[in-house]
Design a protein around this ligand. Structure first.
Ligand code: C5P
Length: 235
């Protein structure tokens, strides 16, 4: 059912990640492995998630020269993850270079190809950043849309953005261009340090494809119940 829930495993060790995956059981099939957990124990975490038949979003936000990022995405293929991301601010040459080479390689070697997703403007940044960097955009939304359009032209499958930007992205680029949206908080949950939060139901109504949710599930007394309530909230 759309949107799919991706639980962010924001931990520094395998055991904590295992604890959540075991408790959430069959209520969650997608997990996000980010920088902290990957640096701490990436290989074992991924092997564990694969052994549990879970889908993996490898959230390493690659951003470097085209050759380096292409090689990093190639290196990630051995993990057989389902989604990998990179910064759209790395530019069209970086993104299209990866897409072309990965498509060719995966076709030729019958390797399953991860969804390639671009990070737009981090939600920790806002108009002040655009002004400081003299980027010449009036609003974050305008800049996110611009980055999403470049990502689409470069052949990426979608972008990470705020759910509030999803309707604009879908309208301008098309419904099949995926949006992956963090900053989700169930109606009754604590906002934590997120600023522009959206409820699961609103994210669904805005047409997003994947919601990324961390603490409301990972800090819950009963992660399975929390995940099921989020799903119910979206019905
Ligand atoms: O615990 P919480 O639901 O806030 O976790 C959200 C996850 O999404 C974290 O892993 C965070 O790093 C990530 N994220 C985010 N905002 C972005 C990009 C990623 O919150 N713009």
């Amino acid at each position: 059912m759309k949107p799919e829930i991706i639980v962010a495993l924001d931990f520094d060790n395998l055991d904590s990640a295992k604890n959540i995956v075991e408790k959430a059981d069959d209520a969650i099939s997608w997990y996000k492995v980010g920088l902290e957990l990957f640096v701490a124990d990436g290989q074992r975490v991924i092997e564990y998630l694969k052994s549990k038949d879970k889908k993996i979003f490898l959230d390493l936000k690659f951003h470097d020269i085209p050759n380096t990022v292409t090689n990093a995405v190639f290196a990630s293929l051995k993990y057989e993850t389902d989604m990998v991301n990179m910064h759209t601010q790395g530019g069209p040459e970086m993104m299209s270079g990866i897409v072309g080479q990965i498509d060719e390689y995966c076709d030729k070697h019958s390797v399953s190809r991860p969804l390639l997703i671009g990070v737009t403007l981090l939600t920790s940044l806002d108009e002040n950043y655009l002004n400081l960097m003299k980027l010449g955009f009036e609003s974050s939304r305008e800049y996110v849309l611009h980055l999403a359009e470049i990502a689409k032209k470069s052949g990426l499958n979608g972008v990470v953005s705020s759910a509030q930007e999803t309707p604009f992205i879908k309208k301008a680029i098309g419904n099949d261009f995926i949006t992956v949206t963090p900053g989700i908080r169930p109606a009754a949950a604590s906002v934590d340090d997120q600023k522009r939060v959206v409820t699961p139901k609103d994210a669904k109504d805005m047409g997003t494809d994947f919601i990324v949710i961390g603490r409301p599930v990972t800090k819950a007394d009963d992660p399975k119940k929390a995940a099921m309530e989020i799903r119910e909230e979206m019905c």
